[in-house]
Design a protein around this ligand. Structure first.
Ligand code: GLA
Length: 775
């Protein structure tokens, strides 16, 4: 809800309030962002400047010092010396500007942009505050959209050049938030290829913390999500602010702390190599930034983000729609496949319960390695004699849906597209372009390139029944020069606008196709991509122990329904780590489940296990994809717990994951969150089985006959026998569960007993809780 009284604006959500007021000079002072506050005399929140601070600048005679005020947006050159959200070269050549309040309007719903994605929602409300510069005919709008149901407010800013001269925008942040905080800390996600989304928590000194992507994409190095909190905040307690951006290109977040305890946050397009020429009569809009705050720790903020994304970012078609269990052939075959091989994998996948078969890279042009073919999206008839259409029909006839991989934004020099249109690639005239994965980036600033991509992808999607597309983008950008812009400072952002036009056109044309965004895994995991593509390939790394870090990191900002997670081979292809099949599944089940391995190499017992996994996942799919997700503060470094709870609190699943085994480990207690205290639940371990090979010479205690651990008989016995895991079951009330279940002891080297939890290195288990119907 948005209300304005006596120059005070109050934006309220279910449990938060955002307040600011118009100062006599027309600047906007932020008063509060936090718990819900009733209307009252808000003077208690005004910033008091009654003593002055030496050497500071007074905005006007007898007035205030802008530098010491929490401001809604600041302008350069009038005495505020903190980070500036806007750098603009004015018609007089100066960098000084001074925008002040002029009027405001309150609109129902959101205010969508044509060129960039915005959050959706009829119940939203939008406040537009109009400002104008004191000297030149430049107008500015600060736009706030409130989503009360999930405690989110989005922000963006717009500049309109009504003067008769061009201006140069060098930096234009989507939002500014000034807060008063004593010991602020930030949490961000950093990383790289196969090591995405590692959380980093830092205490802020006086000075600036900067997080920026300059790779052309939102990047695996610095995700745009950011949390800001007081130092004692935990997963469940303390005041935590959350920020994110609907943008897929270069972005920047800055948090600046001053010696007076003021903390400033900016988010927006990175000013790196950015310069936007705004001609007379033109308008520039920033991407939409997202803010939320919770008094219930980091889980609280994540819940707001998860609801917001599931309800207001994901396209209507896929909102809360269960995602299919898929099989992807990439790690099973790489480029080396033919129709027979693909059909044999698909047949096997179907038997195990898979619903969608995805054909990955290598099906088109001369794409037999990553050196050639990108750009040429016609099927390779040597590999696929009946073409994509024939293959799709055969796969559909098995009762599986069919999906296809594309990398539409890229081109290999060894391709017909490049031979015919070298000008389509980003490159600086006269310089040899640098390549990544042997490929160049297509210049999406060019309309003809956008149209080429739309035409090629549409052609395939129209030609047969393709219900899923994996949209890949496998390198960072270099040699960014475009023949289509009138200032090279526009090329990075122009690329993203071109990409959004392509994705908007395709997703509107094919609303039922499920698009999955991928960029060498999670190199573009952001709200911009999610606005068009409901799920993301979280990482090329599917090792479950790495995935615990990656999926947990992503969960701070993104719901499980957006994270595609696959069971793959062991030893793992990127880490060489050997992990149990059940752990690979347990980790992947906290996300959108898929399989990416040579299914035909699984032995009979492993296939049975996979079949049970998929059946179990389908039963709990809605909970695993859309349930309320909880993280736990670490009790021990080698242990990670994840939990989901259904909206009606009748069902829950908690995963217990162990990294390295401790000798004679301490007792394990498993507390549950988010359940009702008074109801009774039956909590039971998911039945799983383990490879007998894991027991080595201990096997003599569990098998009726004596076997040599490395011998032939054992190798064969594995195919016919897996050892059932210990199962625990409790019928208890929610209050006891929140206190914590005391689990059976783990194996201690004192021999195998059937009640012992046999976990070992990388062992795991799921506990499933169901509310008992009261009679
Ligand atoms: C990227 C993706 C992988 C796979 C390959 C194919 O690395 O992240 O999942 O699709 O490309 O070349």
């Amino acid at each position: 809800m948005i209300e304005v009284r006596q120059k005070v604006f109050r934006i309220s959500t279910k449990s938060t309030s955002y307040l600011f007021r118009i100062l006599p000079t027309g600047h906007l002072e932020n008063l509060h962002y936090g718990r819900l506050l009733a209307w009252q005399d808000f003077q208690g929140l005004y910033m008091k400047q009654n003593a002055g601070v030496g050497s500071s600048v007074l905005y006007e005679e007898g007035g205030y010092t802008l530098d010491l005020l929490p401001l809604e947006y600041s302008f350069n050159g009038k005495g505020d010396f903190r980070e500036m959200p806007l750098e603009i070269k004015m018609p007089d050549g100066s960098y000084v500007c001074d925008f002040q309040y002029e009027s405001h309007e309150i609109l129902e719903g959101t205010l969508p942009m044509e060129e960039m994605p915005t959050a959706k929602g009829e119940e939203a409300e939008t406040l537009v505050v109009h400002l104008s510069d004191r000297l030149f005919l430049l107008k500015m709008m600060l736009i706030y959209t409130v989503f009360p149901d999930c405690d989110v407010i989005t922000r963006r800013a717009v500049i309109e050049n009504r003067s008769d001269q061009p201006v140069e925008i060098l930096k234009f942040m989507s939002m500014q938030l000034d807060l008063l905080m004593d010991h602020p800390e930030v949490l961000t996600l950093s990383g790289g290829w196969i090591r995405e989304a590692k959380k980093e928590r830092h205490r802020l000194p006086v000075g600036s913390f900067l997080q920026e992507s300059r790779t052309g994409g939102s990047s695996n190095r610095h995700n745009p999500g950011l949390l800001l909190m007081e130092k004692n905040a935990t997963e469940d307690f303390g005041k935590v602010y959350g920020f994110n951006l609907l943008y897929s290109g270069n972005h920047r977040s800055v948090v600046e702390k001053t010696s007076h305890g003021l903390v400033r946050v900016h988010q927006g397009v990175s000013p790196h190599n950015f310069c936007w020429m705004l001609e007379s009569g033109e308008t520039f809009r920033t991407p939409e930034a997202v803010m939320t705050v919770s008094m219930e720790g980091m889980n609280g903020v994540s819940h707001h983000f998860h609801d917001f994304i599931n309800r207001h970012i994901i396209s209507r078609e896929f909102q809360y729609k269960e995602r299919p269990v898929l099989m992807n052939n990439w790690e099973a075959t790489f480029f080396d496949f033919n129709e027979r091989k693909i059909l044999s994998l698909a047949r096997e996948a179907k038997k195990l319960g898979v619903e969608l078969f995805v054909l990955d890279d290598g099906w088109f042009g001369e794409r037999n390695s990553d050196k050639a073919g990108l750009g040429d999206y016609w099927e390779n008839r040597k590999k696929l004699p009946s073409g994509i259409k024939g293959l799709a029909e055969k796969i559909n006839a098995m009762g599986l849906r069919f999906g296809l991989w594309f990398e539409p934004e890229m081109v290999n020099e060894d391709s017909d597209l490049y031979r015919n249109h070298p000008e389509y690639a980003l490159r600086v005239p006269g310089r040899t372009p640098s390549k990544g994965r042997n490929q160049l980036v297509l210049d999406l600033n060019r309309k003809e390139v956008q149209d080429y991509i739309i035409k090629e992808v549409s052609h395939l999607l129209e030609s047969c029944d393709i219900s899923y597309v994996k949209w890949d983008m496998n390198r960072h950008m270099s040699d960014v020069y475009s023949g289509a812009v009138n200032h090279q400072g526009m090329a990075f952002h122009g690329y993203i606008l071109g990409l959004y036009r392509v994705m908007k056109t395709l997703t509107e044309r094919f609303p039922k196709v499920l698009f999955e965004s991928c960029s060498s895994g999670g190199n573009r995991f952001d709200l911009g991509m999610l606005s068009y593509m409901p799920q993301v390939w979280a990482s090329d790394n599917t090792d479950p122990i790495s995935r615990l870090t990656i999926q947990e990191g992503l969960s701070y900002f993104y719901p499980l329904s957006t994270m595609e997670a696959h069971v793959s081979e062991s030893p793992h292809q990127q880490t060489l780590r050997k992990t149990p099949l059940e752990t690979r599944f347990h980790v992947a089940s906290f996300g959108v489940l898929g399989y990416e391995l040579e299914l035909t190499h699984l032995n009979l017992k492993e296939k049975e296990e996979v079949k049970k996994q998929i059946a179990w996942y389908k039963k709990y799919r809605s909970l695993m994809q859309f349930g309320r997700f909880y993280r736990f503060d670490r009790v021990r470094e080698n242990r990670v717990n994840f939990q989901v709870v259904s909206e009606d609190r009748k069902q829950t699943v908690q995963g217990f994951f162990q990294k390295m085994q401790e000798p004679s480990p301490p007792f394990d207690v498993m507390p549950f969150k988010g359940l009702t205290n008074e109801n009774t639940y039956v909590v039971r371990t998911r039945e799983a089985s383990m490879d007998i090979e894991a027991f080595g010479s201990l096997l003599k205690h569990v098998m009726p006959i004596k076997l040599s651990p490395g011998g032939l008989i054992l190798r064969n016995a594995r195919k016919f026998y897996r050892l059932p895991h210990n199962v625990e079951e409790y019928t208890v009330k929610g209050d006891l569960l929140s206190e914590g279940l005391r689990l059976h002891q783990q194996f201690m080297g004192t021999g195998y007993q059937k009640d012992t939890r046999m976990l070992g290195d990388f062992g795991s288990q799921l506990m499933v809780g169901e509310m008992k119907e009261e009679r």
